[in-house]
Structure formats: C-alpha cells, structure tokens
Design a protein around this ligand. Sequence first.
Ligand code: HPA
Ligand code: ZN
Length: 360
Amino acid sequence: MTSSAFPPAIDFSAIPRAQLPLLLARMPKAELHLHIEGSLEPELIFKLAQRNGLTLAYPSVAALRAAYAFTDLQSFLDIYYAGASVLWKEEDFFDMAWAYFERAHADGVVHAELFFDPQTHTERGVPFEVVIRGLHRACTQAQAQLGLSAALILCFLRHLSEDEAFKTLEEALPHRALFIGVGLDSSERGHPPEKFARVFARARELGLHAVAHAGEEGPPAYVWSALDVLHAERIDHGVRSVEDPTLMQRLAVERVPLTVCPLSNLKLRVVHDLADHPLPQLLEAGLVATINADDPAYFGGYILKNFEATFAALPQLGPQEAYQLARNSFEASFVAEDQKQRWLAALDAVFAAAAQGGAI
Ligand code: HPA
Ligand code: ZN
C-alpha cells in the first residue's frame, strides 16, 4: 500500500469551493464496491426479458422503478435477485457490464473492481462460464475502448451455506485467471463471517484477494471477524465501525480500507440522512475510506452522484477530502504499485492545477 502523505505542492486552501463539482467529476478515481448485478437498470431488465422471452411481474419500467422503495437490506435484496433473473446468456452479462463501464468512464473512473454473484445465476441453471465469459469480455473491451482497467471479484452469498460457497469456488477454478479475489455479500444479520472461515482460507491459499461486507447492518463484531477470521484485506461498507473506538484505531493503524457507499446507506436506512453519514468521522480518524456506488441502478446514482450528494450534504467535506477520497481509492485497489503511482500522479496534477487557478 502507498503512503497517505499529501504531496506538499498542493495548497488546498487556494481551491475555491465553487470548483468542487468540476473536481469531483474530473478527478481520476477507482471504484471498489460495485455489484455488477446492481447496475442493471430497469430499461435493460425489460430489454433482456424481451430478448429472452420472459414475462416480468411488472407491467412497465416505471412500475418496476416504483417498486424500489426499500426499508432495509433484505427488502432490497429480494428485488435485486428478481431483477438479475433476466440474465441468461453470455451476451446479457456482457451488455450489463458494458453499460456500467460507459457510465463509470463518464464519471471519471479509471479503474473498477467489480463484484459478481455467480450463485444468483448458477442456482437458476446458468453455467458459471457463461457468467464469467460475458463479464470478462466487457472488462477487456473497457480497457481497449475506454482505457478503463477492470477486474472481477467473486462474491459468495452469505445466506447460503459454506458448502455451497465451496462448490462455487470449485466451479470457478478453471477460470481462476479471470478473477482476482473473493468477497462476501447478501443478508448480513445472522450470517457472520465465521460461517465462511474455511472457504476464505482456501481462496487465500489459491492466491486470491479477500474482501467482505461487514458492519453495514451487522455489528462491529462482524468487522473484527472479517479481519481476524477471513483475513479480509478491505471491508465493504464497515460504517458501523464508528461504534467501536478500538476497532477504528485498528483500521487506521493497519490501513484497512473501507469501501463506503453513501447513497446505498441512505436508501437501505443504515443512515437516516446523508447529513448524519459517518464518512467525515472515518476520514478524520485517518481511515482509508473510499466512496463507491454499491448498486447504482437501485440506489439512485453512480459513483459521481454518490460524491456529489455526500459533499452537498456534508459542508465540512471540501477539496482536500475529495483529493483524499480519490487517493484512498487507488491506495485501496489491488493494482500493481507502479500503476497506482501513475494514477496518483494524474490525480495530483488535477488538484495542483486547481490550486494554481489553472484549467482542470
Ligand atoms: N449488501 C449486501 N449484499 C449486497 C449488497 C449490499 O449492499 N448489494 C448487493 N448485494
Ligand atoms: Zn455491497
């Protein structure tokens, strides 16, 4: 991981707050918490349903969108899994991921590490290789056509058993070169990280990176066990860590990144108002916090909208915090050090130009 030190040349106090919208849009950034199935827009759900000869339970795009009124994580997951059921062919997975990459590119994303949920598809009879081939082809095209580097992280559904997770890892092994790590998502409460200790140990033996959702709805104890039992290198969400000062200190000292998703937290009622979001506390405590979209088609916006809404709601966040969040996203990514340094240099150039009153 890179050092968190700011380059001394940037005078953040010289950047007017009015520059913030342009900076948020233009600064290069990495997206590290994005469920590709959560990028499936209602319009594409309808298009894929038609292409695959399926009838949806909703009569129109508007009716489907109107159903996106969530009260908690489970009420979202129920509709998210239903939406993903229109995905059957390699082309469907490609189209979904390509639509995401075009939007991410427009938002200034230069690197994305995407979660995918193979069990959502294999349980319905879609072969694993259909899923990963479609996603991988979109990743290759994103690099070639958009200059956006992309990698895949296979998530285990925590409401299913560890045996089922093992079976999924087994199915994935012939395609080991096409994904960089494993993650843990779906219903958090009642499904602690410990449940997946052995499958994560096996994944780490295989040289895969390990990340896990923890401390979204679940308690800080789940963040501790994601670190100590799963040896997660990043915590997805992790916002409930603010309830535990000892945990906060550990996350800061060990520089364990948190992939925070503000609009998701708002829509799933993890926070009741963005003005109450703990992101400023996380940054103040020196944590490697990042901003991400989670499931943008369901939560009202992609990564830039997450940045814009968060900065609009929290006036204590300014250009220096924007810089820190973008910097953290590269530090927290699983890319080679020399590539990180190139992106960090590009980031520095944007803020140095803004501080000198130049064009960005
Ligand atoms: N939490 C847990 N599981 C998920 C999420 C989330 O925010 N999004 C998609 N699967
Ligand atoms: Zn998530």
